[in-house]
Design a binder for this molecule. Structure first.
Ligand code: F6R
Length: 250
């Protein structure tokens, strides 16, 4: 069964961040114990800045909320500045009132990635499942670190990163360090089990991936195309990222 995601196209990345942050604020107001799925990367920075501000001014509280991040690099300790633990701490967690024990990320240092994947899945299940999954999209259509070819029934597991993804993420690392070749990511089936999904995309580098996700074949070669199987997906993007959709629609 296929669904058409609701798509909101806005002028620029700031308008996208405003809209996405307001969307999350509304969801948390309606359900203060919401379980969130969260991405890292460039795209959500503006969203997190707005959530921090809403918390600072008393318009929002995460006191009863929980979160599960999508992914973490293999081999990076939480204290490494390019780790997603560090990103989340700096961008969001240390500025808001979330209970640290309820803000989860996969453990990139786990010696047994299979056991770590099962542990993470169990934690999500014990939290009652993810209510709102916030996603970015890779230039190659990845969601989380589910790279092209990832099975639609995949769960949280270790994956190898493509060269394209490692190159795109190089900016987070000092020049003297290489980007890890592997990560632990929520699986595609894990993502699809969220009750609701909000995908955010900005910039021309995402235009082809977004067009493929919405208009191309539903295939593991474009992992985001699986989102058409989910009945409650909202896409918020800017006109640059929507360029391919508009071309396809003509
Ligand atoms: C990161 C993640 C990735 C990113 C994607 C886009 O936790 O899950 O799927 O959302 O790589 O990254 P940016 O926003 O840096 O373009």
């Amino acid at each position: 069964m296929s669904f058409v995601p609701q798509t909101v196209v806005l002028g620029d990345a700031d308008a996208v961040a405003d809209h996405a942050a307001a969307y999350i604020v509304d969801k948390l107001a309606a359900k203060p114990d919401l379980v969130l799925g969260l991405p890292t990367g460039e795209t959500p920075r503006g969203i997190y800045a707005r959530l921090v501000e809403a918390c600072r001014t008393g318009k929002l509280s995460f006191a009863r909320a929980s979160s599960f991040n999508l992914d973490e690099y293999r081999g990076l300790p939480p204290g490494h500045p390019a780790s997603y633990h560090a990103y989340m701490r700096e961008m969001l967690f240390r500025h808001i009132d979330i209970e640290p024990a309820r803000a989860h990320l996969p453990n990139g240092l786990a010696p047994d990635a299979g056991a770590e994947g099962r542990r993470y899945e169990r934690l999500i299940e014990e939290a009652g499942g993810i209510g709102l999954m916030v996603l970015g999209i890779g230039g190659n259509g990845h969601i989380g670190f589910n790279e092209p070819g990832s099975p639609f029934d995949s769960r949280t597991r270790a994956v190898r990163l493509t060269e394209q993804t490692r190159e795109a993420n190089r900016r987070g690392f000092p020049a003297s360090e290489t980007v890890p070749e592997a990560a632990i990511t929520m699986g595609i089936a894990t993502i699809l089990e969220a009750r609701e999904i909000l995908l955010v995309a900005t910039g021309t580098a995402k235009a082809d991936a977004l067009a493929d996700a919405l208009k191309g074949p539903e295939t593991p070669e474009c992992p985001a195309s699986v989102l058409r199987r989910h009945p409650a997906v909202t896409i918020v993007c800017d006109t640059a990222a929507a360029a391919g959709i508009e071309l396809c629609a003509r």
